[in-house]
Write a protein that binds this ligand. Structure first.
Ligand code: UT7
Length: 328
């Protein structure tokens, strides 16, 4: 079967206006700017307004991506929203977005792979296009982590922010586009990063509320160790499958969880910081939105030239990981 080459036709991002600074967090929990910056690299993050939900963020980012791709919503065949903070259990955020955009002919579904969700979404959508099933797909990574963050827990509340990043993907010339995907999961690490409440195991109840089961729980140090190992491994695998060397990389677009994790990936890939998109100082960890927002900003800043070789790589709850080698 001849596969159609698939790549990114347009990018877009949206972050809420409200900024939550480290200084403000100092008034909320026992922490300080120096600790947060030195341990994570984060200085501020964006927080969705009351009543603003994930699909609202998706809508804004999607409009920009569609416009940059030069297509209209009614041309979309598929919408995938990678998120762990859907508007509601169902209908999916992708279906809510489909209605908002007026993408009448698009199939739509959500994908749950936490911070790796965007790369998982790209891999799914790319296969539909490569096989000729669909022509245009909209893939979005979006999360409103502020809605599930416990602002009395200093271990987690300093890390997270809200945002959405979107790409339209479709056919590109043979030499461009996605050259490999590396996806993986290790369910044994599931308990390290989770929200226990609100699902079929622990439905919402007074008890689940009292136990604060509707907030993110994270064993930070263990997730950190996993991240350092897996970011390098996943990027290496994406390189190997694409037939690239480390020296071929023009830009690394990593998940923005912690500057020390990004630094370890750069060391492993023998890359200097100028070959890496870093924006976690402004946004913190936006889960599935981190990679596509960084990609959209790289495009806005003119850092992406035709023919550039990119590695997108992320890790997250599940535990999961995902990487792709992409020629711009
Ligand atoms: O998207 C994927 C999701 N998550 C991640 O990627 C997170 C991965 N993990 C991390 O980024 C890091 O583990 C953290 C930033 C969460 C924590 O950094 P750490 O260097 O691993 O610190 P730690 O958890 O080992 O804690 C060190 C100390 C502890 O005090 P003691 O027990 O040594 O007295 C913590 O209680 O720092 C304390 N601490 C804080 N101090 C000030 C923890 N949070 C804070 C805080 N402010 N916000």
């Amino acid at each position: 079967m001849n596969l159609i080459p698939v790549g990114v036709l347009g990018t877009g991002k949206y972050v809420p206006e409200r900024i939550l600074t480290n200084q403000e967090l100092e008034t909320m929990v026992e922490t300080n700017d120096e600790w947060i910056v030195s341990r994570t690299g984060i200085r501020e993050r964006r927080i969705a307004a009351e009543g603003q939900a994930t699909s609202d963020l998706c809508f804004e980012a999607s409009q920009v991506a569609l416009s940059n791709a030069g297509i209209t919503a009614d041309q979309l065949d598929l919408i995938i929203v990678a998120t762990i903070t859907p508007d509601m259990s169902f209908p999916s955020t992708a279906c809510i977005l489909q209605e908002k955009l007026g993408a009448k002919k698009a199939a739509a579904f959500d994908l749950s792979a936490a911070c790796s969700g965007f790369v998982y979404g790209l891999a799914n959508a790319a296969n539909f296009i490569a096989t000729g099933t669909y022509k245009y797909a909209l893939v979005i990574g979006a999360d409103c982590l502020s809605k599930i963050t416990d602002y009395t827990d200093r271990n987690t509340c300093i890390l997270f922010g809200d945002g959405a990043g979107a790409v339209v993907i479709g056919e590109v010339p043979e030499e461009r586009g996605f050259k490999s995907f590396e996806l993986g999961a290790d369910g044994t690490g599931g308990p390290l990063l989770k929200i226990e409440g609100g699902g079929s195991r622990n439905p919402a109840s007074q008890n689940s509320l009292d136990q604060r089961l509707h907030y993110i729980y994270m064993a930070g140090a263990e997730v950190f160790k996993f991240a350092v190992r897996i970011m390098g491994n996943a990027a290496d695998e994406a390189l190997r499958k694409a037939g690239w060397e480390k020296t071929d990389i023009d830009l690394l677009v990593p998940h923005q969880a912690n500057m020390r994790i990004i630094q370890s990936s750069l060391n492993r890939l023998e890359l200097s910081e100028d070959k890496c998109m870093i924006n976690l100082d402004k946004y913190g960890n936006m889960s599935a939105a981190s990679i596509p927002v960084a990609l959209a900003e790289a495009s806005e800043q003119g850092r992406l030239n035709e023919g550039d070789r990119l590695i997108l790589v992320g890790f997250g709850g599940g535990l999961t990981w995902g990487a792709t080698a992409l020629v711009w």
